[in-house]
Design a binder for this molecule. Structure first.
Ligand code: SF4
Length: 507
């Protein structure tokens, strides 16, 4: 038996590698796979460098590692099985369809493959399916179920502190003099340097699809952990310097603070360099020693124990329909500025610029700026999903699809209970962008009016048939009802103007 690990399953002390200490390891780098989308070079550097570092670390431990570099997975597997005929064992992919694709890929290469559980997650498919058998999914119910199942932040059968969440303490905007701790840096060695150069040369010609009209020129130096040791340092850094402030400011946005106090651990969790239980337990440990408040720790635990696990299973159960879901029938193309950052809108310009530099922006910028704009503008969900998938270092299809198609763009209605639509009012409350923006945050129509405003009202108007009966939208529609015909004419005219400006690159 040979353990075959894919590039986002780099688990050494858990999973099939630890359970089969005497078996060789196979890793396959497929060059063409990375041409499916115009991926950010940091994302490609991250995955390929992490695989190469993993290869070296496992070899140093004395195990045989077969490392294949090939044009496709099919080529790499065929070449390997030709030389070393053996049965393969690998971790379960996220969906039944993906499992069948892998099975036939290996069969075509002349081998067989056995699947074992994916230990990057805490909740197994059977456990989730048993929980979900009651009907519609609700994240809050799942999260409480997981708290009870694992005992994390539990005091007997009650939540520690008496509440299941502390959201009411986690919506603050930081005082002006507040500055977050600097994000950690890593002393990347030759592997990262060589991989980054190789990525630049290999993918300079672009990717295999239609042109997207943008590139990722001039990113900052690569900054993400690529080894287990670096990932553990990133975890230490977060728990020591950032966790305490994470909770209260988790929804806030600051022009000069791209990371705020977010954990920056998603790349390491999604590649398997860190396990969910160790990051949760470190955070809870900080609460128990009095180094981080409960609202911060609970907010972080909810992301890892709740949302990350929940979305993975929603994806597993709702694919392939979820990827193409579009219940609001949004048909617009993605505005070019998502690629270039070339817009006068101060909020979106800054966030896209950050994505261009680092392949990253934090959660609330993703949801309330990038996805919110896509939602009210009417971008087809699949298109925005592709952009997130290509642009973010921590994005994999199982992560972005439920987050973008469902949560951000309300594409399917499988778990989101309402669309996250917001106007400049929200952006202004949670950020410092509006004061430096050439658009007027308080204007809805006419020249210079903030694009979010007219688009927000026009979105509610355009989707009234689908949304008015939703009881969570009642307040919004009471405001819709207060507007007169003349006001609506101005809103529609401004929304049309904004779409024209966006198409012409003048927004
Ligand atoms: Fe963004 Fe509008 Fe605020 Fe400008 S005014 S920063 S476009 S929300």
């Amino acid at each position: 038996m040979t353990v075959w690990l894919r590039g986002d399953h780099l688990l050494r002390h858990r999973g099939p590698l630890s359970r089969r200490p005497d078996e060789p390891l196979l890793l396959v780098e497929a060059e063409s796979f990375a041409r499916k989308l115009p991926y950010h070079p940091h994302k490609l550097t991250l995955v390929f460098a992490a695989m190469r570092e993993f290869r070296d670390a496992v070899r140093e431990s004395g195990r045989t590692v077969h490392y294949r570099r090939a044009e496709t997975f099919a080529d790499g597997l065929a070449a390997h099985l030709d030389e070393h005929p053996d049965d393969l064992v690998t971790t379960e992919p996220q969906t039944d369809a993906a499992r069948e694709r892998l099975r036939s890929l290996v069969a075509d290469a002349g081998g067989t493959v056995q699947f074992v559980p994916d230990e990057r997650f805490l909740c197994s498919p059977d456990r989730f399916d048993a929980w979900a058998s009651g009907g519609r999914y609700r994240h809050e119910d799942f999260y409480r179920f997981m708290r009870r199942e694992t005992g994390y932040l539990m005091d007997g059968s009650d939540p520690v502190g008496g509440e299941w969440n502390y959201d009411d303490r986690n919506r603050e905007t930081p005082p002006e003099e507040w500055t977050p701790a600097d994000p950690p840096t890593f002393d990347h060695g030759e592997t990262v340097t060589e991989t980054a150069e190789w990525v630049a040369e290999t993918y300079a010609g672009g990717y295999d699809g239609p042109p997207y009209g943008g590139d990722w020129a001039d990113p900052e130096p690569f900054r993400w952990p690529v080894t287990r040791r670096q990932a553990v340092r990133a975890l230490d850094h977060f728990v020591t310097y950032r966790l305490a402030d994470f909770g209260p400011y988790q929804d806030a946005m600051r022009d000069e603070a791209w990371a705020m106090s977010h954990s920056l651990l998603s790349t390491s969790l999604n590649l398997g360099l860190l396990g969910p239980e160790e990051v949760i337990e470190r955070a809870i440990g900080a609460y128990e020693t009095g180094d981080a408040p409960l609202n911060s720790v609970e907010g972080f635990v909810r992301q890892v124990l709740g949302w990350r696990e929940f979305l993975r299973h929603v994806y597993r159960r709702e694919m392939p329909e979820l990827a193409g879901a579009n219940q609001l029938d949004a048909q617009e193309a993605l505005p070019e500025f998502y690629w270039t950052g070339d817009t006068d809108m101060a909020c979106l310009s800054d966030v896209v610029e950050g994505v261009r530099k680092r392949g990253y922006s934090h959660h609330i910028e993703r949801l309330m700026l990038l996805a919110n704009f896509g939602l009210v503008y009417g971008v087809e969900p699949e298109r925005l999903n592709r952009w997130f998938h290509a642009a973010y270092v921590d994005a994999f299809h199982w992560v972005t699809t439920p987050n973008v198609v469902e949560m951000g763009l309300y594409g399917a209605g499988v778990f989101a209970t309402k669309p996250y639509a917001a106007s400049a009012n929200y952006v202004d409350k949670m950020s410092d962008y509006c004061s430096g923006c050439p658009y007027y945050k308080t204007k809805t129509t006419g020249e210079g009016a903030c694009p979010f405003n007219a688009l927000y009202w026009e979105f509610l108007d355009r989707n009234e048939d689908e949304l008015r009966s939703n009881h969570r939208m009642g307040l919004m529609y009471s405001h819709v009802d207060n507007k007169g015909e003349e006001e609506w004419a101005g809103i529609r005219e401004r929304a049309d103007e904004i779409r024209t400006m966006a198409r012409e690159g003048e927004l």
